[in-house]
Design a protein around this ligand. Structure first.
Ligand code: S5P
Length: 293
C-alpha cells in the first residue's frame, strides 16, 4: 500500500483538512502515534490522566456522555479544562460520539445539548450507516471551524456487521467529502483508490490518502469479556498498515487504586506515564519499521 510507506510528515500536506494536517505534524514532532482513550466517569480523573499522558500522546479520545459531572469546566472552561491541557501538551481531542442519525439530527447533537461537542472536539466519530447526509449534517458545523470527522469503517468488536461492501461504501463516502472526513476507525488499511482495492503505487491517479485509527490494542489482554478483541501495536501498525493506535484500559486500568479524594496521586500519574511510554515506543518503532527507517 503506497501511503503506508510514507512518513506522517510527508503525507500531511496532501490532506485538505487542517486538523488532519495538525495531527500528522504532532505525531511526527512528538514521535508518537498513540491516541489515549479515556473512558472514566469524573472530570477530575479525566483531566489528571490527560495531564500525565500529555507528553506521550498525539490525540486523546473522550466519551463525554460517560462523565457524570460533565460541564463547561470539563472542556473549554478555565485553565484546567481539557482544551487547555491539550494546548499545553500538543494533542488533538476527539470525541468518540459515534453519531448515527439523519443529517439534521446529528447537526443538533454535535453543536447543541449539554455537551456542545463542536466547541471543543477537534474530531468526532460517525457511523456511515445513515448515508452521506450524516457527513453533510456534521460538516455544517465542522467545516467553518476546520474540524474533522472520522467514519467507522469497521469495529473491533466480535461479530460486528461491517463487511467488505460496507467498508468500501464507507470509503467512497469519505472520498466524496475529503475536506471534512479525515479517515477511518478501522482494523486495517483497506482501499486507497476507487478502481482497485490494492493499488501498486501512490502515483495512481485516483489514490486517496486517509488516516486509519485503530482501537482494540492491548499488550496484556486478548479480550474483555464483553466482545472487545485486542491486538498488539505491531499487528495494527506494521502488519495492518494503520496509522494510530487507540489504547484505553491497557493504559489506565487499575487507576482507581491511586485516587486520593478523587485526585490522581503522584504514583498514579507515574503509572500512566510509564504505560503511555511503553505503548508509545511500541507503536512508534512499528511505524518506523513500516516506513523503512
Ligand atoms: O470498533 C471500535 C471503535 C471504537 S472507537 N472499538 C472500540 O473499542 N472503540 C473505542 O475504543 C471504545 O469506545 C473505547 O472507548 C476504546 C477502546 O477502549 P479499550 O479500553 O478497550 O482500549
Amino acid at each position: 500500500s503506497p501511503f503506508a510507506r510514507l512518513s506522517y510528515a510527508t503525507r500531511a500536506p496532501s490532506f485538505p483538512n487542517p486538523t488532519a494536517r495538525r495531527l500528522l505534524s504532532l505525531a511526527s514532532s512528538k514521535r508518537t502515534n498513540l491516541c489515549l482513550s479515556v473512558d472514566v466517569t469524573s472530570t477530575q480523573l479525566l483531566l489528571d490522566i490527560a495531564d500525565a499522558a500529555g507528553p506521550y500522546i498525539c490525540a486523546l479520545k473522550t466519551h463525554a456522555d460517560i462523565v457524570e459531572d460533565f460541564d463547561f469546566e470539563t472542556t473549554v472552561g478555565g485553565e484546567k479544562g481539557l482544551k487547555a491541557v491539550a494546548e499545553k501538551n500538543g494533542f488533538v481531542i476527539f470525541e468518540d460520539r459515534k453519531f448515527a442519525d439523519i443529517g439534521n439530527t446529528v447537526h443538533l447533537q454535535y453543536s447543541s445539548g449539554i455537551h456542545h461537542i463542536s466547541s471543543w472536539a477537534d474530531f468526532v466519530t460517525a457511523h456511515s450507516v445513515p448515508g452521506p447526509g450524516i457527513v453533510s449534517g456534521l460538516a455544517k458545523a465542522a467545516k467553518p471551524l476546520g474540524r474533522g470527522v472520522i467514519l467507522l469503517a469497521e469495529m473491533s468488536s466480535k461479530g460486528n456487521l461491517c463487511d467488505e461492501m460496507y467498508r468500501k461504501k464507507t470509503w467512497e463516502m469519505a472520498r466524496e467529502n475529503r475536506d471534512v472526513v479525515v479517515g477511518f476507525i478501522g482494523m486495517q488499511r483497506y482501499f486507497e483508490s476507487a478502481s482497485d482495492s490494492a493499488p501498486d503505487s501512490a502515483a495512481e491517479s485516483d489514490a486517496t490518502d486517509f488516516l486509519y485509527l485503530t482501537p482494540g490494542v492491548s499488550l496484556t489482554a486478548s479480550s474483555d469479556g464483553l466482545g472487545q478483541q485486542y491486538r498488539t501495536p505491531e499487528d495494527v501498525v506494521e502488519t495492518s498498515g494503520c496509522d494510530f493506535i487507540i489504547v484505553g484500559r491497557g493504559i489506565y486500568a487499575g487507576v482507581e487504586e491511586h485516587l486520593d479524594g478523587g485526585v490522581l496521586s503522584e504514583k498514579g500519574k507515574e503509572m500512566i506515564r510509564r504505560r503511555c511510554e511503553e505503548y508509545r515506543k511500541r507503536g512508534w518503532d512499528a511505524y518506523e519499521r513500516r516506513i523503512g527507517k
